[in-house]
Design a protein around this ligand. Structure first.
Ligand code: KQY
Length: 365
């Protein structure tokens, strides 16, 4: 594995869209007691279901700590590889490498700086050094050369690409104080274009209400094809999500992508608000006496936080009356893929969902 200091775009490398063909997927086994209630028992069941659903059509590697390796190996079928590596938590989307490819089918990773969603300003835990080292270790594991972009704080969940030159992100996240405060919006846009081999950045203002990542784009909006997106939608004007989704819709309606196409926007209704219960909070072990969750706290539930595998779309369900409607919308969009809906409350409690716990590796070679 070589560490590269050149600019991916100048080298002809770009990030392909998630709906393009994958070699495989990386997931990190949950363990952290202030993220996952009751020894992560329920979260592990949900993670295992996600891993199995993805493994039906692509190679899945699950990364587990030395402490949890045996539980992962026991819980997962033998066609899923389990590899031991240390981490601070389980968000592969955010700190596994972002993978790029070039027109010859070669692949390279990107190693961004990870500071737990805001560092000492409004980050969600400290320390985060093990997470921050993972991208490079994973590239080493796969023998993939890696770009050192440690001068820029970024999580994979804060960007989506169409693989044809367009990036979408949110201002709430990428312009937040805890990430790259010395860079202007224009600097950040240039950095994204150079690092992801893109031509245009579309800035949504906000994401999902109460999303502790400073509103990652992957919870509110995702590309489903070039020129097509899904958007988490709320019809209830008394809900703060209404204005947030409407603002995204207005921006996307007026925008064109890097190729000059207008967007087709598929609205997906939100589940009704999901709140932490006393019992769920009771199952979390707080570090330094600081609770990560409080009873009654609204969680950032959204059906848009799905993973597109080679053969399926793996999407969250919440035992909500909108589960079926959301599934049907996704099935109508992805006619050639099976839609697998997995009850995901136990992932949501950790602060993200199915997209946040996965990272695709594009096909290479
Ligand atoms: O990418 C994500 N949505 C992960 C958020 C994790 C927050 C830590 N509790």
């Amino acid at each position: 594995m070589k560490i590269l200091n050149s600019i991916p775009k100048n080298d002809g490398f770009f990030m392909p869209a998630e709906f393009e063909k994958h070699y495989g997927c990386i997931i990190i086994w949950p363990e952290r007691p202030d993220s996952w209630q009751y020894g992560a028992v329920m979260a592990r069941k949900a993670f295992a279901k996600v891993a199995e659903a993805i493994a039906r059509s692509e190679k899945v590697t699950v990364i587990a700590s030395d402490l949890s390796y045996d539980t992962a190996r026991e819980a997962l079928p033998d066609y899923i590889r389990v590899v031991e590596m240390s981490s601070d938590d389980s968000w592969a989307r955010d700190y596994a490498p972002t993978f790029l490819k070039n027109k010859n089918g070669e692949i390279r990773g990107v190693d961004w700086y990870f500071n737990a969603w805001g560092g000492l300003v409004d980050g969600l835990y400290f320390p985060w050094d093990k997470d921050n080292k993972m991208a490079r270790k994973i590239c080493d594991l796969y023998d993939i050369d890696v770009y050192d972009i440690k001068d820029f704080v970024l999580e994979g969940g804060s960007i989506h690409v169409d693989g044809e030159g367009t990036v979408i992100t949110t201002e709430a996240c990428l312009l937040s104080e805890g990430r790259n405060p010395k860079m202007t919006k224009k600097d950040i846009e240039e950095k994204l274009k150079n690092s992801l081999g893109a031509e245009k950045v579309i800035w949504l203002k906000r994401g999902i209400y109460n999303d502790e990542t400073n509103e990652h784009v992957d919870n509110i909006c995702a590309f489903t094809a070039p020129g097509e997106v899904v958007l988490a939608w709320c019809d209830d004007k008394s809900d703060p999500q209404y204005e947030m989704s409407k603002e995204c819709f207005d921006i996307l309606s007026k925008e064109t992508d890097a190729k000059g196409r207008k967007f087709k926007i598929h609205k997906i209704p939100q589940p009704k608000p999901v709140f932490m219960t006393d019992d769920e909070c009771g199952g979390l072990i707080n570090f330094n006496g600081e609770p990560t969750r409080t009873p009654g706290e609204r969680l950032a539930a959204s059906y848009v936080n799905f993973y597109i595998s080679n053969g399926a779309v793996i999407m969250p369900g919440f035992n909500d009356k909108n589960d079926e409607t959301a599934k049907k919308i996704i099935q109508d969009i992805f006619k050639d893929r099976e839609v697998i809906q997995i009850y995901a409350r136990d992932i949501l409690i950790g602060g993200g969902n199915i997209h946040c716990i996965t990272q695709q590796i594009p096909i290479f070679g």
